[in-house]
Write a protein that binds this ligand. Structure first.
Ligand code: PLP
Length: 416
């Protein structure tokens, strides 16, 4: 397999080198407080059949991979939830089971490998919390130094996690967007690699692995004759599914729109290789009170309005990958929808109670999006909900969806 960079706006090709982050031509017109212009994608050239190994489709060789078991996250077949919702082919891809408990490890993994390949030992980034704790953990595994810029509102568990892994952490007196700008200025002065989402092309490329895994896991679920409802399928459709192991729909929460772009990239690679026929319908779920992608989807404009939501991981004023993400949603008939903080908190508790899977608010947002959309969806559709982070990362938010015990007891007589 051969790889190069390709500009997501002008389609110009470039060699893959660490000095190049954005398309030099398109990024010239970058305005402050706007999504990045000239985000680079990795383009692959070559052939593969369905027995491919995921690392074959990545632009950094396995010898540089960090020694941490990223990816291969479990695909849940939630029987109770299927029964309660009537969606017989509903799956949950649980990325909170990555080493640092969030989806971000997929990006950190490839960034770490890329830095290693070019003997770069310093990695800096801005983060709402998870990207930072992720890079800190994966960097620790690889023996790389990590410098992290966090907004002051980041949940404490994520800060503690990053410090546990030995990262150098600066708290910014402002939002994630401010941290993003400071971290870029830091990297420009100090050198090393910057892992900022979308700015470093390996972030989206690393995140594509989730779709490659879905392709493999859904194929396996089918072959195992697991709980997948095959009876509804006609013979011809069975054959199609054997060939086409992509889901019909994927629900994913979106802040910067980088996971979204990674999900698309994986399926686009599979389509390019002739392994699937159709790109699934991807539904990006945003919080009602931090909905920059949704607004731009309708108005075509990105405004820099300060936003807040309980789902800190998707609290983003200006989605850095906004242009690139929206272009794909439009091209592949995807969708952006919104859910309220209250719906997120309710969905979080409901998921925990019906499946045993406790995800943080940003992960629950994807599930809340599914619940909200459910009345208009085909109950036979093969649907995947991505849970992107572990619930324990933000227990303060999760405590809003439950009732804490109010009194202390002294003996069993107090309650019987
Ligand atoms: C980062 C993150 C997201 C959103 O990803 P974007 O690329 O910013 O859209 C969703 N959920 C969790 C848990 C995250 O950490």
């Amino acid at each position: 397999m051969e790889f190069n960079y390709c500009c997501s706006i002008c389609n110009k090709n470039f060699n893959i080198v660490p000095e190049l982050t954005l398309c030099p031509d398109c990024s010239k017109n970058q305005e402050p407080d706007q999504p990045l212009l000239g985000v680079l994608e990795v383009k692959l050239k070559g052939k593969a059949d369905e027995t491919f190994v995921i690392s074959d489709l990545l632009p950094v060789e396995p010898q540089y991979f960090p020694p941490a078991p990223v990816g291969n996250t479990p695909l849940w077949e939630p029987a109770n939830l299927r029964q309660k919702t009537g969606f017989k082919n509903l799956f949950i891809k649980d990325d909170s089971s990555n080493p640092t408990s969030s989806f971000k490890d997929r990006a950190s993994f490839l960034v770490s490998a890329f830095a290693k390949k070019f003997n770069i030992n310093d990695i800096a980034l801005a983060s709402t919390g998870n990207a930072g704790s992720s890079m800190a953990g994966i960097g620790a595994a690889a023996g790389q130094r990590v410098t992290l810029f966090l907004p002051k509102t980041a949940p404490k568990a994520k800060l503690v996690q990053a410090l546990q892994y030995g990262a150098k952490v600066f708290q910014v007196d402002g939002s994630y967007d401010m941290a993003y700008d400071i971290s870029l200025a830091y990297s420009q002065k100090k050198g090393g690699m910057n892992r900022n989402t979308a700015y470093n092309p390996m972030t989206i490329e690393g995140k594509k692995t989730v779709s490659l895994e879905l392709f493999k896991q859904l194929g396996q679920a089918f072959l195992n004759g697991s709980k997948l409802n095959k009876s509804r399928l006609k013979k011809s459709e069975l054959n199609k599914f054997e060939l086409n192991r992509a889901p019909d729909m994927v629900f994913v929460s979106a802040g910067d729109g980088c996971i979204l772009a990674g999900v698309y990239k994986g399926f686009r690679d599979l389509k390019q290789l002739g392994l699937i026929q159709d790109i699934p319908r991807i539904v990006a779920v945003q919080a009602k009170t931090s909905d920059a992608l949704f607004r731009a989807y309708t108005t075509g404009k990105f405004e820099n309005i300060p936003t807040t939501t309980i789902a800190d991981s998707i609290c983003v004023d200006v989605p850095r990958n906004g242009i690139h993400a929206l272009a794909q949603i439009k091209q592949y008939n995807g969708e952006v929808m919104r859910v309220s903080d209250d719906q997120i908190i309710q969905a979080q508790a409901r998921l925990s109670r019906t499946t045993g899977l406790f995800t943080e608010p940003a992960g629950a947002a994807a599930f809340a999006g599914f619940l909200k959309a459910a009345p208009r969806l085909d109950p036979d559709a093969l649907i995947v909900v991505l849970t992107t982070g572990n619930g324990l990362k933000d227990s303060a938010s999760a405590s809003l969806g439950i009732e804490m015990p109010q009194t202390l007891i002294h003996s069993v007589d107090d309650i019987l």
